[in-house]
Design a protein around this ligand. Structure first.
Ligand code: ZEM
Length: 269
C-alpha cells in the first residue's frame, strides 16, 4: 500500500491551500498548469542519451526558456512562496508534487508520489530543446517521443495523453486555442469520450492546424487525432468506456513519468 511520505505533508497542504484559495485564474484553477509543469520538467527524457533529461536535468530546460515551456513561468512563480517556506525541498520534488496533488485535487486518482529528486544545475546538462512532443505531428512522432525516447508502452502513452482532459491551449503560448472537454478542471475520462464521440473537422482559421467539434466548442490537436489510429485506438476505446481503468493506468503512468531520469539509488529520504 502506498503511504504519502510524512515529512512532505506540510508541503502538500500548502499546495492544496494554494489551489483552494486561488480560483481567479482562467477556468478557476492553476491545477492544469501545475500538471503541465510536472510533465514538461520530466518529459525531456531520452533513453540512453549522454544527457538523459528527465526530471532532474529537465528542470534546466524550464529555466532555460525552451519555447515549448511558454506559460510555465506562471506556475514557477506561483510555487515560489511554497519553495521558500519549505526551503529544504528541491524544485524537482516540488514541481512533481504540485502536479500530482493537482491531479488528485481536480478529482483524479492518487499519484503514488515519492521524494528524493536532486536539482541538477550544471547548464552543460541542459537537455536540448525540441525533445518534448510537437503537437502538429502524427502517430510516428508520438511513438518516437513516448515509446522510444521515454520508453513508455502504447497503453501508458494513451493513458498519459488522456491528461488533455485538463486545461486548455493558448494562442500566446503554443499557438493553438481551446479546450478538449467542457469542464477542463475536472479530471475524468471525458477526453476519450469526446475524442471518439464527436465529429471532428479542421478548424478554419489563421492559426496552426487543429480540429474542432461541430459546435466549435472543443478542440483536438493533430497528435490527439493520431490517437484514433491503431495501435493507440484500442486503448482509447477501453478508457472511453472504463473510467476506473483509466484512473488506475494514469496513476501508474504519471508516477513513472515523474521519475524519468531519476537515479533512485541516490535517493535522499
Ligand atoms: Zn499537453 N499540451 N501535450 N500533455 N498538456 C498542452 C496543454 C496541456 C502536447 C501538447 O503539444 C500540448 C501531454 C501530452 C502532450 C497537459 C498535460 C499533458 C498544449 C497547450 C499543447 C500544445 C499549451 C498552451 O498553449 O498553453 C502534446 C503534443 C502531447 C503528446 C503527444 C501529457 C502526457 C500530459 C500530462 C501527463 C496539460 C495539463 C495541459 C493544459 C495546460 C494549461 O495551461 O491549461
Amino acid at each position: 500500500m502506498y503511504k504519502f511520505p510524512e515529512k512532505y505533508i506540510p508541503v502538500k497542504k500548502d499546495i492544496i491551500h494554494f489551489l483552494e484559495t486561488n480560483t481567479d485564474y482562467e477556468d478557476g484553477s492553476y491545477g492544469p498548469l501545475f500538471v503541465r509543469l510536472a510533465w514538461h520538467a520530466s518529459g525531456t527524457f531520452v533513453n540512453g542519451h549522454v544527457i538523459p533529461g528527465g526530471i532532474c536535468t529537465g528542470l534546466l530546460s524550464i529555466a532555460n526558456n525552451d519555447p515549448a515551456n511558454a506559460g510555465l513561468h506562471i506556475a514557477v512563480e506561483k510555487l515560489k512562496p511554497i519553495y521558500e517556506k519549505h526551503n529544504w525541498i528541491t524544485h524537482s520534488d516540488l514541481y512533481t508534487l504540485a502536479g500530482a496533488v493537482a491531479v488528485e485535487k481536480l478529482g483524479g486518482p492518487v499519484i503514488p508520489w515519492k521524494p528524493g529528486r536532486t536539482d541538477i544545475k550544471d547548464k552543460n546538462l541542459c537537455p536540448a530543446h525540441g525533445r518534448l512532443p510537437d503537437a502538429s505531428q502524427g502517430s510516428q512522432h508520438v511513438k518516437e517521443v513516448f515509446c522510444e525516447a521515454m520508453r513508455f508502452s502504447t497503453q501508458e502513452t494513451v493513458a498519459l495523453v488522456g491528461c488533455h482532459v485538463l486545461g486548455r491551449c493558448h494562442t500566446d503560448r503554443s499557438g493553438f486555442e481551446g479546450k478538449w472537454v467542457h469542464n477542463p478542471i475536472r479530471f475524468s475520462n471525458q477526453y476519450f469520450i469526446q475524442l471518439t464521440r464527436q465529429k471532428w473537422r479542421k478548424r478554419k482559421w489563421d492559426g496552426p492546424e487543429q480540429f474542432e467539434d461541430e459546435e466549435g466548442e472543443l478542440m483536438m490537436l493533430p497528435t490527439d487525432m493520431a490517437m484514433l489510429e491503431e495501435p493507440w485506438r484500442k486503448w482509447v476505446d477501453i478508457y472511453a468506456s472504463d473510467k476506473e481503468r483509466f484512473f488506475k493506468d494514469f496513476a501508474s503512468a504519471f508516477n513513472k513519468l515523474i521519475e524519468l531520469g531519476l537515479p533512485r539509488d541516490q535517493v535522499r529520504l
